[in-house]
Design a protein around this ligand. Structure first.
Ligand code: UD2
Length: 301
């Protein structure tokens, strides 16, 4: 997309900042971020930054004024924190997000929302289709599901152009911190020569999708005719945590031992996207294999 005025909420965060990087050369980009976990150094110089809370109507109004398009990536992403403090994460993930949907309505701007595989909970079949049952197991998942449903209904109720993207396990550069996901944890451990900690038997599987593919899916969502819809964004293939540990140890030439600790309570056993709807409707297919994604993380390219 070109020559648009675009708002990226959470634009200084892990996924948001990669999207900003892709948009900035050809569009006027604004970022709304409170920098609670995002980082200013991720942002190109020529973007307009509104530092503020997604729950602050003044900040949201200012950031969204006159935009053609909004990508919504601001969220409290830690599932554990949503369990500890469900109202606090609900404020951002749902209430403030609803404020943003209202603002999109005001501006008649298309809005692409970051939803999550968390909406499905324990899947009853694999791969998971968009029509699968949604029984989230955490406040985070409940909030993302409600947002996902609001997003789709806004298309119908108010004729707004909305798209919900249900990310599976995202990974890539800039993913860091205590809640950042198994790939960045394993990489850190392998590099430090510390034990690589598999929670449980390691036979649980996930669909790991590289952030550059997530960016491409967002760009597709920005122009699709299929508004009011949710799409799984993954690769369509599953990798076990044990395989992942070995791949990362090999790629880093690490001598870290691989150890097993207690399984995570309530852990989802298997998760993997049916990606046929995204392929058929958005023309989106992932390009980065897990091996090459990990290799480029290791090489820093
Ligand atoms: C992902 C999302 C989360 C939510 C959820 C929905 C990430 C970072 N999180 O959580 O936001 O959407 O899916 O189901 O994408 N593990 C280890 N050792 C470690 C860390 C993790 O074995 O040191 C295991 C963990 O027990 C789990 C798997 O790796 O079985 C993936 O864990 P995760 O936290 O990266 O992601 P997940 O799928 O729980």
């Amino acid at each position: 997309i070109r020559d648009k005025t675009v708002l990226v909420t959470g634009g200084a965060g892990f996924i948001g900042s990669h999207l900003v990087e892709a948009l900035a050369p050809h569009n006027e980009v604004r970022v709304l971020d409170d920098f609670s976990s995002g980082d200013r150094s991720y942002l190109p110089d020529d973007v307009t930054v509104v530092e503020g809370d997604l729950g602050d109507p003044i900040a949201v109004q200012k950031a969204a004024r006159g935009v053609d398009l909004i990508f919504h990536h601001a969220a409290v992403v830690s599932v554990a924190r949503s369990v500890d403090a469900p109202r606090r994460s609900n404020e951002t993930n749902l209430e403030a997000s609803l404020l943003l949907l209202e603002q999109a309505r005001q501006e008649d701007a298309r809005i692409v929302v970051a939803s999550s595989a968390a909406v499905y909970g324990h899947p009853d079949e694999l791969p998971i289709t968009e029509g699968a049952s949604t029984e989230p197991t955490s406040p985070y998942g409940i909030q993302k599901l409600a947002l996902d449903q609001y997003t789709r209904r806004y298309a119908e109720l108010y004729d707004l152009e909305t798209v919900a993207l249900r990310y599976f396990n995202a990974y890539g550069p800039r993913q860091q911190g205590p809640y950042s996901g198994v790939i960045s944890t394993f990489l850190e451990q392998a590099r430090a020569g510390d034990p690589i900690t598999i929670e449980g038997d390691g036979e649980q599987t996930r669909d790991f999708v590289h952030v550059s593919d997530i960016v491409r899916a967002n760009l597709r969502a920005a122009t699709t005719d299929a508004v009011g819809e949710a799409f799984n964004i993954g690769t369509g293939s599953r990798t076990s945590v044990r395989e992942l540990a070995e791949t990362i140890r090999d790629a880093t030439d690490s001598s870290s031992p691989i150890v097993h600790c207690d399984p995570r309570p309530g852990d989802i056993r298997h998760s993997g996207a049916d990606v046929s709807k995204a392929k058929r409707t958005l023309g989106f297919e992932s390009r980065v294999s897990l091996e090459s994604g990990i290799q480029s993380l290791v090489d820093g390219t």
